[in-house]
Design a binder for this molecule. Sequence first.
Ligand SMILES: *Cc1c(COP(=O)(O)O)cnc(C)c1O
Length: 386
Amino acid sequence: MKKIPFNQPHMGGKELFYIAQAHINGKLAGDGPYTKRCHTWLETTTRCDKALLTHSCTAALEMAALLLDIQPGDEIIMPSYTFVSTANAFALRGGIPVFVDIREDTLNLDERLIEAAITPRTRAIVPVHYAGVACEMDTIMEIAQRHNLKVVEDAAQGVMATYKGRALGSIGDLGTYSFHETKNVISGEGGALLVNRPEYAEAAEIIREKGTNRSQFYRGQVDKYTWQSIGSSFLPGELIAAFLWAQLEEAEQITKTRLENWSRYHAMLEPFEAKGMLRRPIVPEHCQHNAHMYYVLVESLNERQRILERLRQNGIDAVFHYVPLHSSPAGLRYGRTHGSLAVTESQANRLIRLPLWLGMTEADQQQVTRACAAFQIREGNFVEAV
Ligand SMILES: *Cc1c(COP(=O)(O)O)cnc(C)c1O
């Protein structure tokens, strides 16, 4: 029986060559030639105003909270069904995450529930594009405009995905990407901040360079650099940027291959969905996703545990996903909920992520789908499905 890991970080081939080049260039700190190449690529591909590499998407979210000048007591509307950093970045500044329920179909922040959660203290909305499938950005931007709120897109999973033809992360005031090894395009740890409003560009550079105007100094715009505001060290070194550059060069091919694997799962699981055994992902017409994730929703928490166990017995490493933040130990210490989070709780309990990585074969995927749907126990009865 072949072991199938949940994820295998992909290397295209040029990563180590570019790292060697960076060393030969003799510049290993941040903002060297490879970082600049990555910035230009991101700016061209996403059409954002300014892209800045960071250590992680977490770091980019923390920069966003600083840029928006989040103050203690400010409220930030976001899903509970997300990664810790979405909330933690704002909680670090004393902001209060306000958790709103998600949509049943895409598992994204339910835009129909946002307006009721707005109070005089609300400062921002943070939509998270789950699995690289876009939130309803037109509605979210319209609500934000009407209430004078900022929008930070957590597009950690959204590299190379679009909403009505626009790159995820380029639609809100700010957007954040992750290049963590579990994402599509990787540098081990890594991320980027996309700045979509020119008025934030200079402040973002300063925050990223320890609160100094060192970037302007390097461009010869000032004759010395000094402490300008609070900030931190958010920029990665050139070795990371060199690795990432090799991945960005290949980003289109990576996405294409992942989409092929994704579609194969989708076709293989169609008959099981037709029998009512599971639900496959739903991608709205106007969203081009990036095959970041393939998941299925099963009937109950209990059934999920049994299927995960069965997958493990078949050598397959499948996993569940977020523990909703409002039900985590820190969730309600730093944040609060607005309204029912019934959809969040239900989907979080029933979701299984299947292995998806470059190099998976059709046979691998067959092994996964068979083990996943071979039998289920419902109301005490075995249901043979294949
Ligand atoms: C992966 C992820 C992050 C964190 O990314 P890092 O680069 O590991 O900091 C944040 N938000 C979401 C939605 C993610 O999926």
